[in-house]
Ligand binder design. Structure first.
Ligand code: ARG
Length: 438
């Protein structure tokens, strides 16, 4: 271990067991590339402030620019025995470019450095989430092209309720909620606007480095407004994890629908995404959708973990904050995986139009249509509702359904034969869905 963050005042060497336990390197090495980006901006700030010569800045920038690709290519391995990626990079830089590396950290702390890295990482994460959600939206649009006009039951209380077209089901259960989540990512963008760099450990710096210069170099809209807030707040991470949690919940609810519709035999799963049982030879299980449903629980845990991390912490930096990263990374990775899997799942999910038609018939899904037809003919709704209730009970008593009604049965009930035109559930689905055309 190098002794970058140790002085005579810190006292001796760290116990290696403690070092190994407290290092964030296994997790924050993912910040390597944004850390280099932040350091390059800081070098530019120092150069403009006259703290680095053009040549020194060139040497440092050159090494930092190349580092991510060299690590990816396996040409460079970062020192393992450092507290975090920030110190590992600085230690590597010393070995790579010599004493000029000692100038790099002037006017900054790991506190503003890690806050900056996290914002840069989150900015990329938001872009990736947007792109992946849009891919899912395209997959859903393609599904609608293939299956959107199939009539299926909408359920309430897990029972057949009303006929709808499949496009209404997927638009309401998947497309619209995900579109709202995408919109909410705009709020994360706003939280990411200002650069924390220049806030130093917690009170800024006396050096003439202009934080507006470093902010602009990283594409932020401005420098930190307050150094205490800049190093101690993670509001963007909270919001991003919240968006991930809410989107995960939306995908979970959609998945629960799919599991139910498959269990009821109304939707079929392609073999490419169906799992089998190790014992029962006949199974074709919807594990993809069950796993996505289960992932929402993990996102909720992460959101609570992050909220609880801040609870009881005063302002400014505390080492507790180091643990924000694993939660944030896991929330974003987890959601990305689920978005991708649902897009894949849609390619192999097919409604069975005949099974849906049977289910609509067996479930008396047109009952409300009949009541409304009577209302349209001038009857008060409560009277119409009671009439149709009696019709349903009568049909069931003779082992039939509303779709089996005849003109005689209607006449016996004192109801017009015109109701026979309302018995087709597929027609009902079309009529009802027209209003929700896109
Ligand atoms: N590894 C730390 C983190 O990720 C870096 C900041 C350390 N700052 C400090 N004052 N110990 O939060």
């Amino acid at each position: 271990m190098t002794a970058i963050a140790r002085t005579a005042a810190t006292g001796g060497a760290l116990d290696p067991r403690f070092l190994r336990w407290q290092t964030s390197l296994p997790i924050d090495r993912r910040l390597l590339s944004v850390d280099c980006q932040g350091s390059i901006a800081h070098v530019e700030g120092q150069r403009r402030a006259g703290l680095l010569s053009d040549e020194e800045a060139r040497v440092l920038t050159g090494a930092l620019e190349q580092l991510p690709a060299r690590v990816a290519a396996g040409e460079v391995t970062l020192p393992e025995d450092e507290e975090d990626v920030h110190m590992a990079i600085e230690a590597w830089l010393h070995a790579e470019v010599g004493p000029v590396a000692s100038k790099l950290h002037a006017g900054r702390s790991r506190n503003d450095q890690v806050a900056t890295d996290l914002k840069l990482w989150s900015r990329d994460a938001v872009a990736t989430l947007r792109a992946t959600s849009e891919t899912l939206a395209r997959a859903a649009a393609a599904w609608i092209e293939r299956h959107g006009e199939t009539a299926m039951p909408a359920y309430t209380h897990r029972q057949v309720a009303i006929p709808v077209l499949a496009r209404i089901w997927i638009e309401g259960g998947l497309l619209d909620p995900i579109a709202r989540d995408l919109e909410l990512l705009g709020a994360v963008d706003r939280e990411l606007a200002l650069s924390p760099l220049g806030a130093g450990a917690v009170g800024g710096t006396t050096l003439p480095i202009d934080p507006a210069v470093t902010a602009a170099a990283m594409g932020f809209s401005g420098p930190p407004r307050n150094p205490i807030d800049a190093v101690g707040q993670r509001d963007h991470a909270l919001l991003l994890v919240f968006v991930c949690t809410r989107a995960a919940l939306h995908l979970a609810r959609f998945s629960a629908d799919v599991v139910e519709l498959c269990a009821d035999g109304l939707f079929k799963l392609g073999g490419a995404i169906a799992c089998g049982s190790s014992m029962m030879p006949h199974k074709r299980n919807p594990d993809l959708f069950e796993l996505v449903r289960g992932q929402a629980a993990l996102r909720q845990g992460e959101l609570v973990a992050l909220l609880t991390t801040f609870h009881g912490l005063g302002n400014g930096y505390h080492r507790d904050l180091q643990q924000d990263k694993q939660v944030l990374f896991s929330a974003v990775d987890g959601l990305l995986g689920c978005l991708e899997m649902i897009a894949l799942g849609l390619e192999h999910l097919t409604p069975d139009a005949d099974a849906c038609r049977r289910s609509l018939a067996m479930g008396d899904a047109v009952a409300t249509d009949l009541a409304e037809a009577l209302v349209a003919g001038g009857m008060a709704f409560r009277d119409a509702y009671q009439h149709v209730g009696r019709l349903v009970a009568g049909q069931r008593a003779r082992g039939q359904r509303l779709v089996d009604l005849t003109a005689e049965t209607l006449a016996e009930a004192g109801l017009p034969a015109s109701l026979l035109t309302c018995l087709d559930p597929v027609e009902s689905a079309r009529r009802r869905s027209r209003r929700y055309a896109r």
